[in-house]
Write a protein that binds this ligand. Structure first.
Ligand SMILES: Cc1ncc(C[n+]2csc(CCOP(=O)(O)OP(=O)(O)O)c2C)c(N)n1
Length: 628
């Protein structure tokens, strides 16, 4: 690594640079960000926006003695580059390479790895309390949180607590770029934009036009700005009323100004908010001009044009299109997104039915209970979230939706192994935690045609909640059923003499069919069934299992308590003692790597399955012979 960045091995080297050298460092950081994200994809827009802020943080604070917690963690690339990892960016998000989020294994400068949003203030609250109690009076807890993440309820629970301890050594940096993926919504967002304008109305318009040009919503909102005089003169009251000292707004690309504000904050004897206004995608015009999400997290792209490699047809597209069709037939169907309109494909629905879409911010818990309210009000909400983020809203689904038997459909995208976003992004929990919800129905489509069919069946359920889940990536090739058994699809008949019954959960049908062929070639007949609905399980499964020597359940979910365990329980309860093998994701936090690679390592391939099942059948035969 050449240039100034080559000489930066850690924060002490950032501190040593002269003020005149900093713009050059910023420019080198941006080049490296663009280059590495172009190669392997990554969170480019957010990181381009925090270049000067991150430099300033490392010049003012003493990491890791002072702890910097990055909310969500997707904007921590510059932090990684300034803490000795710039040379490793060639393998960003690749197996064995740098994680796309902070990682304790990578550096003592990384404390918090979780990529679920809105947690940084709570971590900082706890850290600061720990410093105080342990008498470590030289340490500060610094939380960097975006205006998007600030829409999450946890952030407000934390603010309430932080403000309650007058001498808490905690600095909250609000990185306000006006956007989550899309422009941030809601009353808070409106308030933050009013904060940006403390310098007076006319100046505001110039400021916003200059700094955040190309965000018409915000500009229009400011034009229509009709706040009370008190808020115009002292809009920071919201924070100060809470008891938090407020500094800002600061131009987040003016490094000396950010540094000055952070120094003041550091010297202040209690909890303080520094409000920094930045531009997402700053310094790379394809990102700055990208209306949809300012290159929030593009896949690999061409540096000159910003053009991304085409993704082909993905599961999300099928869902997105079918929901528009359903919306045309059913005017009671409404949709909810938690700040992920485009990633979940709900943008089409929003375009078609603008008054039937609700973006609630990064607020999955609220999304579910608001859906409950909509359902109580006579509508059928479809809540679309990434599978891993549903964890946030488990209690709301259980008590607010299911207990009231409300017709809410939850659509889980990115279910199963997602891979290169690391442990906290794998959607491997839902089939386990959802098993315990009374009255909930869960569908898992194996291909696009089944997604269409099952989505329609799900929104037709009017006496309780339903969930539909599908994975990341290209939609699976269709597999036609050869027969129906109850509500289940039989994909392959294994013959009369009872060999292995493979219960393939959704897209696992592909590898189940491959495994069945391989088993057949070895003289082990194999039947493959796709249950379509995995909760409740079809009672016809009991008879099918009883006619086989071994049952194998294959699913793209953690093995504990998921469909495999549910099938075993069903058979136990019916006094059918055919052995059940469960194949899924080991109950571990998986390191980042490509989805295909992880599936192969954990044995979720046709070959892996066939090998394990051959062994299981052989073992079973030996046991039977020995018992005779
Ligand atoms: C609980 C949760 N829901 C959704 C997401 C997906 N997500 C990742 S970043 C992001 C937007 C964050 O916006 P902001 O905090 O303003 O940061 P920016 O990217 O604008 O810098 C969202 C919705 C998440 N990480 N966690």
């Amino acid at each position: 690594m050449n240039g100034l960045l080559g000489s930066v091995k850690g924060p002490q080297d950032v501190k040593r640079l002269t003020a005149e050298e900093l713009p050059k460092l910023a420019s080198e950081l941006r080049d490296l960000l663009i280059d590495s994200c172009a190669r392997n994809g990554g969170h480019l827009g957010p990181n381009l926006g925090v270049v000067e802020l991150t430099i300033a943080l490392h010049r003012v604070f003493d990491s890791p003695r002072d702890v910097i917690v990055w909310d969500t963690g997707h904007q921590s690339y510059v932090h990684k580059m300034l803490t000795g990892r710039a040379g490793d960016f060639g393998a960003l998000k690749q197996e064995g390479g740098l994680s796309g989020y902070p990682s304790q294994a990578e550096s003592p400068h990384d404390f918090v790895e979780n990529s679920h949003a809105s947690t940084a203030l709570s971590y900082a609250d706890g850290l600061a309390k720990a410093f105080k109690l342990r008498g470590e009076s030289d340490r500060k807890a610094v939380a960097v949180i975006g205006d998007g993440a600030l829409t999450g309820g946890m952030a407000w629970e934390a603010l309430n607590n932080i403000a309650g301890v007058k001498d808490l050594p905690c600095v909250i940096v609000v990185n306000d770029n006006g956007r989550s993926y899309s422009p941030t919504i809601g009353g808070l967002a409106a308030h933050l934009s009013s904060l940006r304008v403390t310098r007076g109305y006319e100046e505001v318009l110039e400021f916003v036009k200059g700094k955040i040009g190309g965000v018409p919503v915000l500009y229009d909102a400011l034009h229509g700005f009709k706040k009370g005089v008190k808020d115009v003169l002292a809009p920071q009251v919201m924070f100060e009323d809470l008891g938090l000292k407020y500094f800002g707004p600061i131009d987040g690309h003016d490094e000396p100004a950010v540094e000055a504000a952070l120094r003041k904050a550091k010297g202040f004897g209690g909890p303080v908010i520094v409000h920094v206004v930045t531009q997402k995608g700053r310094g790379y015009s394809p990102a700055e001009n990208h209306d949809e999400d300012q290159f929030h997290s593009p896949g690999a792209f061409d540096v000159a044009t910003g053009a991304e490699k085409p993704k082909g047809r993905i599961w999300t597209n099928v869902f997105s299109e079918e929901l528009v069709e359903i919306g045309a037939r059913r005017d009671d169907v409404v949709a909810i997104t938690a700040a992920m309109l485009h990633p979940t494909g709900l943008n089409r629905f929003a375009d078609a039915y603008p008054d039937r879409i609700y973006d609630v911010g990064i607020a999955e818990q609220h999304a579910l209970t608001s859906a409950a309210g909509l359902a109580l009000g006579g509508l059928h909400p479809v809540v679309a979230v990434y599978a891993t983020f549903l964890n946030r809203a488990f209690d709301q689904l259980l008590m607010d939706v299911a207990l009231h038997r409300l017709p809410v459909t939850v659509v889980l995208d990115r279910a199963g192994v997602t891979g290169d976003d690391g442990a906290s992004h794998n959607g491997m929990w839902d089939l386990s935690i959802l098993q315990v919800v009374p009255g909930l129905s869960i569908a898992v489509p194996r291909d696009g045609e089944r997604l269409v069919q099952l989505l329609n069946e799900a929104v037709a359920i009017d006496d309780g909640p339903s969930v539909l889940r599908f994975p990341k990536g290209p939609v699976a090739e269709p597999i036609e059923a050869v027969a129906r058994l109850g509500e289940m699809d039989v994909l392959r008949e294994g013959g009369e003499n009872g060999g292995v019954l493979i219960v393939a959960v959704g897209p696992m049908a592909q590898i189940a069919m491959e495994a069945a062929e391989l088993l057949d070639a070895q003289g082990i007949p194999a039947t493959v069934i796709d249950p379509r609905w995995v909760k409740p399980l079809d009672p016809a499964l009991v008879g099918a299992a009883a006619a086989h020597r071994l049952v194998a359940v294959v699913e793209d979910n953690g093995r504990v308590g998921a469909v495999g365990d549910a099938v075993a329980r069903l058979l136990r309860d019916a006094d059918v003692d055919v052995p059940v093998r469960t194949f899924g994701i080991p109950q571990e936090f998986l390191d980042h790597a490509k989805r295909a690679k992880i599936l192969s390592v954990i044995g979720l391939t046709g070959q892996g399955l066939a090998r394990d099942l051959t062994e299981a059948v052989a073992k079973r035969s030996t046991q039977l012979e020995n018992s005779l």
